[in-house]
Ligand binder design. Structure first.
Ligand SMILES: Cc1cc2nc3c(=O)[nH]c(=O)nc-3n(C[C@H](O)[C@H](O)[C@H](O)COP(=O)(O)OP(=O)(O)OC[C@H]3O[C@@H](n4cnc5c(N)ncnc54)[C@H](O)[C@@H]3O)c2cc1C
Ligand code: FES
Length: 275
């Protein structure tokens, strides 16, 4: 391939916003498509757990997970408004344009987990990177054994997933709220509720959420007998290039943008990451 035909990995492609869905306070899902159908086709080869770089004209660029599974018809991002770029995305209206490059990162090795039980544990918006894997596992249901999901913010999705064969969903809230009759407490408290049995043998635990939740859930899983290699998560780092060139996302010897964002807990410990 000569220089003129080599794809430019840094080049954002124009995307068009289709619709916006309010999820929870300050969090919205943005459904979109690439202006050029060829870009759309190329992008849809992403793997669960990969991410993309989103550009907002005049504001900047930021990384975001891909919550849909590759098999789902619509492409979307679920984004919390925290600063300049995410706020600019939140201001967009249907038909407005922005730009996207990617997909980047390693993604979850779902092929390696064939024949295993899958336990998904998420806190807050931690379900965003896990949603793609959950959907993927349901679309390939016969490849996996038990599927358990603890907590989540995609309430409508959870109700839908619960109807799937061999899928259990367990929800909790931090504080008791009007109209909520379910469990109250940290997500790890669900593991020991009557009737809940988490298999340890041949199981992969996917854990994503705020650092405080992560630390407690890891402790619970380790007490239950999970080995460090059986626990997987995603790491977040400031990113610029997204393709292993600039060094902004380095943790020890790893670039989160190419070696991650998916790491086993064993790898996270070896990298010396304190989460
Ligand atoms: C691989 C990856 C996937 C991500 N997926 C999602 C997603 O699906 N949905 C989503 O809402 N967010 C996601 N994020 C986080 C998102 O990239 C940041 O919230 C975004 O960059 C903030 O940009 P901003 O310009 O709005 O905020 P800024 O103005 O840059 O910062 C606002 C505040 O957020 C903090 N901040 C910004 N970026 C990060 C970061 N990467 N890590 C920790 N703190 C940060 C800053 O310190 C500051 O306090 C992901 C990050 C990574 C690395
Ligand atoms: S963001 Fe540039 S090396 Fe990872």
């Amino acid at each position: 391939m000569n220089a003129s035909t080599t794809p430019n990995v840094y080049l954002p492609k124009i995307a068009v916003l289709d619709r916006v869905v309010d999820d929870i306070a300050e969090v919205k899902s943005f459904y979109w498509h690439f202006e050029d159908p060829e870009d759309q086709k190329a992008f849809r080869r992403f793997r669960p757990g990969q991410f993309a770089q989103i550009s907002l004209f005049g504001a900047g660029e930021f990384p975001a997970s891909l919550p849909p599974s590759p098999g789902e018809a619509e492409t979307f991002f679920t984004i919390r408004r925290v600063g300049r770029c995410t706020a600019a995305l939140h201001e967009l209206k249907p038909k407005d344009k922005f730009a996207v490059r990617g997909p980047y990162g390693n993604g979850f090795p779902m092929e390696d987990y064939v024949g295993k039980n899958l336990v998904f544990v998420a806190g807050g918006i931690g379900l965003i990177p896990l949603r793609s894997c959950i959907r993927y596992a349901l679309e390939h249901r016969s490849r996996y054994r038990r599927i358990q999901i603890f907590y989540g913010m995609y309430l409508s999705n959870l109700r839908e997933w619960e109807k799937s064969d061999g899928v259990e969903c367990h929800l909790t809230v931090d504080r008791s709220a009007e109209g909520w009759a379910g469990p109250v407490g940290v997500v790890g408290s669900l593991f020991t509720r009557p009737g809940v049995q988490v298999p340890v043998e041949d199981t992969i635990a996917f854990v994503c959420g705020p650092p405080v939740m992560f630390r407690f859930v890891i402790k619970d899983l380790r007490t239950m007998g999970f080995k460090e290699q059986q626990i997987v998560s995603t790491l977040e780092r400031y990113m610029k290039c997204g393709v292993g060139k600039c060094g902004h996302c380095c943790i020890g010897v790893a670039y989160v943008c190419v070696d991650g964002p998916v790491f086993t807990y064993e790898q996270i410990q070896k990298l010396g990451e304190d989460i």
